[in-house]
Design a protein around this ligand. Structure first.
Ligand code: HEM
Length: 467
């Protein structure tokens, strides 16, 4: 057998265009597929999304590739093997607190490198109900902590000093594993549209700061009851979470949820150690994260080190002075964060993932695709789609099974087919309705807010139909 040169993932990542050659990996093998790009039955644009990284997360979305003839074809393009002893740089060695961050898939659309914030390409977002882990949107506030699973301990505390310390094997063995399919969405999803109205402060997320996974872990409820806390508490209590990620001054990321949600068996709040059947990836909170279904992603604290029952909300910056909504009349000179509640359940949301803005689509039958979701476990009951800017409407077909009422934690994917005539200019619009008949606002300006959160106006995509 031929001996192949060894490459690091970083070296592979430098080959992302026909000019620099297009390299991809599959397993531990490296391929130069530059000459295949134009021959790809799925299109050159699709194959380029994987350029510089692993094919697996993309092929997980398109089952056509799990056929022997595809692997055979790939074998012709082999140029190397991945180095087995790829030692990542450490934060201590370089003085860069982000140097120990994991390697990411180059197909992600990056909004900020340090801390790392990235979303999957919109055209792939709704291709599958479960988002592959490598493509799941990543929202980090700080460097990714390096956690040794052997010495990891989760502390559970309350007033009066009641404390429990759990190792990873204890968390896995003492509590039944509970699985929940839940969508997480960042409060800033679709912020880019809001900044077109007036500038806002924050990462310019497109429509991809939302993803869905099957999470596995212990129920927070079971852990709290095991630690001696009761089913109900008089008055307003909270459960505060702290991560192992900390800023330069040592302050950890933190957030809290109401006690009633934390102990409710119907709320399905998890201390998750699995994501889509695998251990949590480092970017998603290895070894343990909170997953609060139906609630803004900011409360699903990653790299969890401490759970504390408290009479007050988390004192963290991100609970007190961020992730809150304000009137369009409030600016940075007048804002008073104490006057608004922390965002918990999110409003109803939907977006078009296909076609993309500015596309030139063929005449004939057009397929419009997208996602829809609502907070608080409210199911999406309908998605309306317009091709003429909202003058006339059709009802999209919702895919998948109907979730149990009040526990609709995951998005629905929807699709609409409609005939379109050559030369037409279309303004495609979508809007979702949830089980409480909440609807999305028709435009962005009336919900504009200085931090660019809760951006859920009708999603509009302009395309032209080719002659
Ligand atoms: C080197 C990498 C790749 C190879 C060798 C490859 C190969 C192929 C082959 C042989 C087919 C036809 C399969 C059949 O019908 O029997 C196919 C179809 C397809 N591929 Fe890929 N592919 C690659 C990467 C990708 C990526 C990264 C994506 C998506 C991001 C993708 C998306 C598609 C789609 C959507 C089709 C179906 C096209 C259709 O039937 O209309 N492929 N690919």
């Amino acid at each position: 057998a031929p001996r192949y040169p060894r490459y690091t993932r970083e070296e592979v990542g430098r080959h992302r265009s026909p000019q620099d050659r297009v390299w991809v990996t599959h397993g531990t093998e490296v391929f130069d597929v530059t000459d295949f790009v134009e021959l790809h039955p799925g299109g050159a644009d699709k194959i380029l999304l994987a350029a510089g990284g692993a094919l697996e997360p993309f092929w997980a979305l398109y089952a056509v590739h799990s056929q022997p003839h595809v692997l055979e074809l790939l074998r012709e393009y082999k140029v190397g093997e991945l180095s087995p002893e790829e030692a990542p740089p450490t934060a201590a060695a370089t003085g860069d607190p982000f140097a120990g961050d994991p390697l990411r898939h180059p197909g992600l659309c990056v909004n900020s490198q340090k801390p790392f914030n990235a979303e999957p390409p919109a055209e792939l977002l709704a291709e599958r109900f479960l988002t592959p882990n490598e493509l799941f949107f990543t929202r980090n506030h700080l460097p990714v902590p390096a956690v040794d699973p052997g010495s990891y301990r989760l502390r559970v505390e309350g007033p009066g000093g009641r404390a429990l310390s759990l190792s990873l094997p204890e968390l896995r063995s003492r509590f039944p594993k509970h699985e929940v399919t839940a969508t997480l969405q960042c409060a800033g999803n679709r912020r880019a549209e809001m900044s077109q109205v007036r500038p806002v402060k924050g990462l310019p997320w497109d429509i991809g700061a939302i993803s869905t996974a099957r999470w596995g872990g212990a129920r927070l409820r079971d852990v709290l009851l095991h630690a001696g806390f009761e089913e109900e508490r008089e008055g307003e209590w909270h459960v505060c979470f702290e991560g192992l990620d900390a800023d330069a001054g040592g302050a950890p990321y933190g957030a809290s949820i109401p006690y009633s949600r934390a102990v409710s068996p119907a709320a399905d709040v998890l201390l998750a150690y699995e994501m889509n059947g695998e251990e949590l990836p480092r970017d998603h909170g290895f070894p343990v994260r909170v997953v609060v279904p139906g609630v803004v992603g900011a409360r699903s604290v990653k790299w969890l080190r401490r759970v504390a029952v408290s009479p007050a909300e988390s004192p963290s910056h991100w609970q007190q002075n961020d992730y809150k909504g304000f009137s369009p009349c409030v600016d940075w000179d007048t804002v008073d964060y104490k006057t608004a509640p922390a965002i918990q359940e999110l409003p109803v949301q939907s977006a078009i993932t296909h076609p993309r803005p500015g596309a030139a689509v063929p005449a004939g039958e057009l397929t419009v695709k997208g996602y829809a979701w609502s907070g608080g476990g409210r199911p999406v009951v309908r998605v309306d789609v317009s091709l003429d800017g909202g003058r006339t409407w059709r009802v999209a077909r919702l895919a998948g099974e109907r979730p149990p009422p009040e526990r609709a934690w995951a998005w629905v994917l929807w699709e609409l087919q409609a005939p379109v005539a050559a030369g037409a200019e279309l303004e495609i619009v979508c809007k979702a309705v949830d089980g409480s008949y909440n609807v999305q606002p028709d435009s962005v300006a009336p919900i504009w807010n200085l931090r660019g959160v809760l951006s859920n106006a009708w999603h509009r995509v302009r395309v032209s139909v080719r002659d």
